[in-house]
Design a protein around this ligand. Structure first.
Ligand SMILES: [Zn+2]
Length: 436
């Protein structure tokens, strides 16, 4: 009896230590890379070999003289450029676009059952992965509660394909600070974010969201925006500094970050004074804003693409606002970049269709002053830093998760090449391979 127990125990201990798995050569994959952009180095390396064991990268070395271990699976990407899996730090899998022709934003909350929204979120997540985005920081569910936590669970447990999700859950704004709006005051409407007024409610909302699994807290520091009679962009501030400080204090206690949607002006200033970890969108940054961001180490997640979608007619107030937002965003990007603000790649994917190219955002970064290599780093090693995953994500290096993509052509010559990812490996498993 005792011997049997001991035997069982030994088997358990051995499998827990991974002996059984480690002995299987099938767990080793060798990727031959024609060129490697590893996420850290400033230049691409020619003819490299990446050895993947299980879901981690074991080694990266010159192909010359390399001999693949017996039984290893070899993936030949010797005519492609291999990169770390891409990271979009501002997405919404619970949105599929806000085109008025499709019902606009309000239809999501008024017409669609949550099961329908979850099914579509699962498709959006897969579409992100197909494009090479192996991690996303999903910045709130737009009225779908904690749905992002459920999608993340289903992905992590292998039921559906999708990126690693860093979930913000419900987001926080104030009364008068988030849709649905514009209906009769007698009607009680659902809201796209959790509404709070006062520091006590603000802290409570953060606690609730953290309790239910939020990886970070998303806060709206500005809401409506318009162009005033002098032609300046104005945005309506929402939370006070005191309300924001309660949220930041709570989140930081949990070692979580606070991402702040802020366009410009008073709300953006409050976001910086209240200690936000990242400014989302940041359409219009003054020199003083930029200096404060550098001093405080605040991240900037510009999302340039969506502001070029669906402009209203030029002779309308909304049309003037749309044009102004796009115009000031580029200047702010250049100003922040030149001053050394930490920039992470974000797109607001979901506000435009997930079938459109997420990587199109790279072209704007290059247009506004970055080199293609720097632009790629915003979606790899820099984004991983924002996620507190440096060394584990966003790099092709020993010890990192085996999240690897490849493109045909040279993205350092033409960053648009990033819009056609042909190979995607996530967590050591090949999701897609169309490299010829
Ligand atoms: Zn957003």
């Amino acid at each position: 009896m005792r011997r049997t127990l001991f035997g069982l125990l030994a088997i358990c201990v051995m499998s827990a230590l991974g002996f059984a798995q480690a002995a299987k050569p099938a767990d080793v994959t060798v990727i031959r890379a024609g060129w490697l952009i590893d996420g850290n180095a400033n230049t691409a390396k020619k003819d490299q070999v990446v050895v993947v064991r299980g879901n981690h990268i074991e080694s990266v070395q010159d192909a010359a003289g390399f001999k693949a271990p017996d039984g290893a699976k070899v993936i030949d990407l010797s005519r492609a450029t291999v990169l770390p899996g891409l990271i979009d730090t501002h997405t919404h899998i619970f949105l599929q676009d806000e085109d008025p022709a499709h019902g606009g934003y309000d239809a999501y909350l008024l017409k669609y059952p949550l099961s329908y929204r979850a099914a579509r979120a699962a498709v959006s997540a897969r579409q992100g992965l197909e494009q090479g985005f192996t991690s996303i920081r999903d910045l709130e569910t737009e009225g779908a509660g904690y749905g992002d936590i459920g999608i993340k669970m289903a992905i992590n447990e292998g039921y559906i394909p999708g990126p690693r999700i860093f979930a913000a859950t419900r987001a926080i704004s104030t009364t008068g600070g988030y849709p649905l709006e514009g209906y009769a005051p007698e009607i009680t409407l659902p809201r796209g974010a959790q509404i709070v007024d006062g520091p006590v409610e603000a802290r409570k909302a953060a606690r609730e969201q953290l309790e239910h699994g939020a990886d970070l807290i998303k806060v709206y520091m500005t809401h409506r925006s318009w162009v005033d009679r002098d032609g300046n962009l104005v945005s309506q501030p929402t939370l006070t500094v005191e309300e924001l400080r309660a949220i930041v204090d709570e989140a930081h206690g949990w070692r979580k970050k606070v991402a702040c949607h802020a366009y410009n002006g008073i709300g953006l200033q409050r976001a910086l004074d209240g200690g936000c970890d990242s400014i989302e969108h940041g359409l219009e940054l003054t020199d003083a804003n930029v200096a404060q961001m550098v001093k405080q180490g605040t991240w900037y997640v510009p999302t340039i693409m969506p502001y070029f979608y669906w402009w209203d007619a030029a002779d309308t107030a909304a049309g003037q606002r749309d044009r102004k937002r796009a115009e000031v965003h580029g200047h702010s990007f250049t100003r922040a970049y030149k001053a050394g603000v930490k920039i992470a790649f974000g797109t607001d994917a979901g506000s435009f269709p997930w079938t459109d190219s997420i990587a199109h955002e790279f072209s704007y970064y290059v247009e506004y002053g970055m080199s293609p290599m720097e632009a790629i780093k915003t979606a790899t090693s820099r984004a991983a830093e924002l996620l507190d995953m440096q060394g584990q994500l966003g790099v092709v290096a020993p010890g990192a998760f085996a999240d690897i993509v490849a493109v045909e052509g040279d993205p350092l010559k033409d960053v648009k090449v990033m819009e056609k990812v042909k190979f995607v490996m996530k967590d050591g498993k090949v999701f897609r391979n169309e490299v010829k």
